[in-house]
Design a binder for this molecule. Structure first.
Ligand SMILES: [Zn+2]
Length: 487
């Protein structure tokens, strides 16, 4: 049994100022071809890691083509996407005949002129392999799904966790399913229910209320006879596309009526509780005004979440920390390649004047003038040690730990959110010893910081991914949509 694999993955913020070109794919989370894919992801917590585990378990030959994942950012230029897709399809044609295709995708990719990136990609794969060859795709929790992509695949499976700690598990689930399809043990039929709503990030931490209840329902339904898989996607609201929003996808064995009825049951359940899926974040002043009983207090600077495609250089939190003259405060990570270079040119122990952050977009605020000590320097390369990416390597580019009085900033050159404490520790920073830590992350940081946090506050400081959704200049989204257009 031969199963081809790979994927082009991106979470596209159509509001982000800079396009995601081929270069961002090549310098992103990874760009691997052929056997390098297997060498890189054997044992890794991502879907491809799960596909590899599936090969060991079921004895199929995994035929790796092209796997690439650009860090979340702006629209993908058409020519760059077309070139990546052409390379993937070329490899697939050369690999034929195959018995199946396992795709590792995101679900919120938008290409210039193609709103439904994954729909286009899966349909192209289908045209190469034909109707009889099963295609199973895995998706992030934050997909904006469409009927077109569901129709092009035999089955799709989305993550059940945020932070995404179940990526390898979902890969194994996809591997188990495609093997059963190839052996003729099951014949999947899929029902799609899209919902005119989206979740606020603060309400989709899957280990906590309110969304834990929704996933208990999903898992209860998955144990019912005839149901092969259930996906609840929370949507990605920073993509201004007509299909932006949450959805339910039910894969049943042969019984289209059962799939439809079940997707509608869960969809109705989610819709009836829609007010539960929203909570307004705090302002920075409200968050700092909360009585702290245990440190460190963590502030999720959600509106500048680099993991969602934001620039990572907004300055409202930094400015507030400085104005309040906090004693033991830390910002992870502020993206400013020029200041990182300036720190490297000066050297460790030197004092320099910097104008930090606020350079990418007017909504990110203005630079903050600081006289800082250069405490430590790094080339930005490190190995994650937390539950989400543990064992994988990261590269934040030229980086520095800068300090003015009690305010510490880790300045980096690449946009990546802090998933665990590994990079701060490599610089010599003891996160547990801080009183306030602000992170350019919405939720994923919890995987590596929740165990040391005295409290976590979600804040909506000034930045382009504001959670005040009424301020975003949507042109293409559906109307009405909850919560933007009332109930
Ligand atoms: Zn996600």
């Amino acid at each position: 049994m031969r199963i081809a694999t790979g994927g082009i993955s991106h979470e596209t913020s159509t509001f982000a100022p800079t396009p995601t070109t081929r270069r961002e794919f090549e310098n992103g989370i990874g760009f691997f071809r052929g056997g390098d894919i297997l060498a890189r992801f054997c044992g890794a917590n991502n879907c491809t890691g799960g596909f590899i585990t599936g090969a060991d378990r079921h004895g199929y030959e995994l035929v790796p083509l092209l796997w690439t994942f650009a860090y979340p950012g702006g629209l993908i230029p058409r020519a760059d996407y077309d070139a990546l897709k052409a390379e993937f399809l070329d490899g697939l044609k050369k690999a034929l005949p195959v018995d199946g295709v396992l795709l590792d995708l995101h679900g919120a990719m938008v290409v210039e002129g193609i709103d439904d990136g994954e729909g286009d990609f899966i349909a192209a794969v289908r045209r190469v392999v034909g109707q009889k060859c099963p295609i199973v795709a895995t998706f992030d929790l934050h997909g904006n799904h469409t009927q077109a992509r569901i129709d092009a695949a035999d089955a799709v499976i989305g993550f059940d966790t945020y932070p995404h700690v179940d990526m390898a598990d979902r890969g194994v689930e996809a591997a188990d399913l495609i093997v059963r399809i190839i052996r003729g043990e099951v014949r999947p039929v899929t029902a799609f229910r899209d919902l005119p709503l989206f979740w606020s990030a603060a309400c989709q931490v899957t280990g906590h209320p309110p969304i834990d209840e929704a996933f208990r329902l999903v898992h209860e339904v998955e144990r019912r006879p005839g149901i092969l898989s259930v996906t609840l996607a929370t949507g990605f609201p920073w993509a201004d596309v007509p299909h932006m929003g949450a959805s339910v996808i039910v894969v049943a064995d042969k019984d289209a009526g059962l799939a439809r009825k079940t997707a509608d049951e869960i969809g109705d359940w989610v819709w009836a509780r829609r007010e539960r899926w929203h909570r307004k974040p705090l302002t920075i002043d409200e968050a700092l005004g909360q009585q702290a009983t245990r440190f460190p207090v963590m502030l999720a600077d959600m509106a500048d979440n680099t993991g969602g495609g934001a620039p990572g250089d907004s300055t409202e939190v930094l400015r507030t920390f400085v104005e309040r003259d906090l004693r033991n405060a830390l910002i992870l990570y502020l993206v400013d390649p020029d200041v990182a270079q300036q720190a490297h040119a000066a050297g460790v122990g030197k004092r320099i004047h910097v104008d930090l952050g606020g350079k990418s977009h007017p909504m990110q605020g203005t630079p903050v003038p600081l006289d800082v000590e250069v405490v430590a320097l790094s080339d930005g390369k490190f190995t994650y040690d937390g539950p989400m990416y543990g064992g994988l390597t990261g590269d934040l580019g030229t980086s520095a730990w800068l300090r003015q009085r009690g305010v510490n900033v880790v300045v980096v050159s690449a946009r990546m959110q802090p998933l665990d404490q590994a990079f701060a520790r490599a610089l010599g920073i003891d996160c547990a010893g801080m009183e306030y830590i602000a992170v350019k992350s919405a939720v994923h940081f919890r995987s590596g910081f929740e165990r040391i946090a005295g409290a976590i506050h979600n804040i909506d400081a000034q930045a382009i991914h504001t959670h005040d959704f009424g301020r975003l200049p949507y042109r293409q989204r559906r109307k009405p949509m909850f919560p933007l257009d009332g109930k």
